[in-house]
Design a protein around this ligand. Sequence first.
Ligand code: GUN
Length: 283
Amino acid sequence: MIDGKAFAARVRAQVAEHVARLREEQGITPGLAVVLVGEDPASTVYVRNKGKQTVEVGMNSYEHKLPAETSEAGLLGLIAQLNADPAVHGILVQLPLPGHLNSDLVINAIDPAKDVDGFHISNVGLLGTGQKAMVPCTPLGCLMMLRDHLGSLSGLDAVVVGRSNIVGKPMAQLLLGDSCTVTIAHSRTQDLGEVCRRADILVAAVGRPEMIPGAWVKPGATVIDVGINRIERDGKTKLVGDVDFASASQVAGAITPVPGGVGPMTIACLLANTLTACCRANG
Ligand code: GUN
């Protein structure tokens, strides 16, 4: 079992130590601005957790909660203001945005140097060409756990199930950067089971509860489950991943649980990215 919760606590402790040193030596406190448009319940919980953990590592948290009917011009105005604010080193616009707002346009309005989500087209391009980029938090957290568990990833067969811009595609880029042989599989992939069984590293990021059974896992493989799905079972609400943990954990060499695997690492990496943005802004 790969304990993402414990790993995330170690990352946060390292960030907190660095933040304290920045304050003592240079009088600088990193600041993270989080923008939430509307009141999607899951997003509201995420944003609250981000704010809480930002403050816990000693950074400044600036929360901007806007009504669901906020206009594009209004949101772009706030982003321009945050781009210009020297106390703000990282900007995160919580997704999904309400339907009348164009997320690509909004994300690309963020100063790429403050884009701690790594979603700006310029950071996507930098990552894809192996240059210094802001790297999306969830795939970065997955990579850190893989390196920690396996050491070198060079030459390993990696299969990423899911092709989203937030997880699947950047995950594939990072694994390629670590010299894996990378396959991106998705809902249209033929014989998905056979493709998955080739994987030394299997990353599941499709958002479908328990769709990957143990029979699709190569014995000894390292399985990273990015899915967080809410299901009803035995009259109770339960969080499960994209992997069927009960059967997959019998076969895998190591596996991340849900909850307590990838989830906590995502926010820890967000804090690490904010620190990185602050350090780059201050030379
Ligand atoms: N919504 C779900 N995951 C994410 C994320 O990593 N960043 C942002 N901004 N919104 C999200």
